[in-house]
Design a protein around this ligand. Structure first.
Ligand code: DC
Length: 230
């Protein structure tokens, strides 16, 4: 088996896929791409430039700006981390708040936006091993990926995880608002017309509700290693 695998992880909001994806990438010495961060960065651009109306809907002229928006990732820092960039500037600290979380599903349902993101995402597989997580990675971006994971966790576990992630980043929110946001995004991500969130064909399901991070990683790496040893 070749050693430069493409590994995809899909699942609902806050199911633990990014944490797992980062750990797999570290273990394999592969590049990690967080596609949710890309949709959040473009949402931040539209919000910051008053291209979203007060109902949370994207204004029609927003599409005129698509060619001017450059989404990428920064070089690895000393901790081996890379962050999403918007027109060359790292925007990580601006994209994880509830305001962007509440707008991102509306922005990400539009075909021209998805087309642009998918093109960028596919370009990352050209130079070696890749771990990518999101909502349509194993179904649309890399339908022929070497390994696809479908990550799940109970709603309660997901809400608690997202709350503690936000509190760690000094973002003040309460559990009820986090639960509302997660359930609304789950609904919108699964029911949109363009590339809805689905369990990709051939994906291996990992339910991490009752697993530690290390147990989840071991489980995923068993699958990766058994493929590599074939
Ligand atoms: O993974 P996340 O919660 O940061 O993702 C934010 C939103 O971006 C998610 O609610 C839907 C959208 N998204 C998407 O439509 N397709 C992807 N591949 C990744 C994220």
């Amino acid at each position: 088996m070749k050693n430069s695998l493409v590994i995809t992880l899909d699942g609902h909001s806050a199911c633990g896929k990014s944490t797992l994806a980062k750990l797999i990438a570290k273990e394999m010495n592969y590049k990690y791409i967080d596609t949710g961060a890309m949709y959040r960065a473009i949402t931040f651009f539209f919000d910051d430039n008053c291209l979203i109306d007060n109902q949370g809907l994207l204004k029609n002229n927003a599409f005129d700006y698509l060619d001017k928006i450059k989404i990428g990732f920064s070089k690895l820092d000393e901790k081996g981390q890379s962050f999403v960039t918007l027109n060359g500037v790292v925007v990580e600290s601006k994209i994880r708040n509830l305001e962007i979380s509440n707008l991102v599903s509306e922005v990400s349902k539009h075909k021209p936006i998805r087309r642009k993101m998918v093109e960028i995402q596919q370009s990352y597989s050209s130079d070696g091993g890749l771990v990518m997580d999101g909502r349509d990675i194993g179904s649309v971006v890399f339908p022929n990926a070497d390994i696809k994971f479908w990550v799940t966790a109970s709603s309660k576990t997901r809400a608690k995880r997202r709350l503690s992630e936000m509190l760690d980043k000094n973002i003040k929110v309460d559990l009820k608002d986090v639960i509302d946001n997660i359930s609304r995004r789950d609904y919108e991500d699964q029911n949109r017309k363009e590339s809805p969130l689905i369990k990709p064909i051939g994906a291996i399901e990992i339910d991490n509700s009752n697993l530690s991070i290390n147990q989840t990683l071991d489980l995923a790496m068993n699958h990766v290693n058994s493929l590599l040893n074939k």
